[in-house]
Design a protein. Sequence first.
Lengths: 188, 158
Amino acid sequence: MFGFFYGSGALQESLIMQNEEQSIPLRKNGITAEAIGQDRCYAAKVKHILAPTDLTPEAHKGIDYAVGIAQRTGAVVTLLHVHDEDTTYRYVLGGDNFGDEDVYREKAEMALRQLCVDYREKYSAITTCYRVGVPWDEVASAAREFDSDLIVVSTHNHRWIGHLLNGSDAERMFRRAPCPVLVVPLHE
Amino acid sequence: MTTVSPEPVKELSISIHKILVAVDLTENSEYTIGYAVQLAKSLHASIVLVHVFEPHPMYEFPNEYAYDMIENQRREFEMHLVDHMDKVRAAGVACESAFLDGEPAERITALARQMDADLIITASHHPTFLARLFNLDKAPQILHRAPCPVLVYHEKDA
């Protein structure tokens, strides 16, 4: 709807094709020891990693992690930026005052693309995605759309990513997210 | 409306060698362990399985029978943990186990700090409002106290 998807779908597809050779059939309920021994029941192969970023340097640590894991698992990384749109603000300004948002969007997309280019020096399978809406909803719906196996976020409290992990918002995110969530703390 | 232009990317220094897997030994734990094994394989890391035994609080004055029951339960859980450890070893990942007593989030994060873990994997089985109110969900507690990254696992939607 609002989402724009940069990067080649063909690249993603070809990478997924590569991974399919090694993929294991989906496990059902009830794991037996033999099944684990034969390595059949673990279908949790990481193929797609979603890395939400608010484009601050602090968020890079989370992306570092996502790319680091992707380097070893051969997953596709999607850098996601969600513009936390304030609907009240928009309403007060009236329908035709979207100049600010357009400027923001342009800058954010530029920054995202630059980030993507920088990280591609390390690892090639990186795409970007820009969305507008409520952050945790958009992160969850993007994860569903891309069929992500992992969401990697880093904690800091300046912007919406920090709010994602504060108190009930963290819990809300775990509940909405369709896949495991990896949280990288900054205080190390 | 300020957008910070990204800084130049530095060398990636992601080293995950020790993964601490906190399990509550319900049937969901197998999936958590399965995920951890898969991840440990691709990262060439070793796993430490942890279970923190937390008996139900007894409000009445307990008799001998109750203590026996708790003892039995404890022994059962310990055996369960060893079973899981054997399975992980059979899957080809270096694995150790730790069986602790006390407050789960406290003990797990303390152990992570002590053994210098690079990643904690845990599961969130009760991500509901009531569970949060009654302190059933340990994942947020672990998350807020952890010295290292935390992976909160739950089953992927079909």
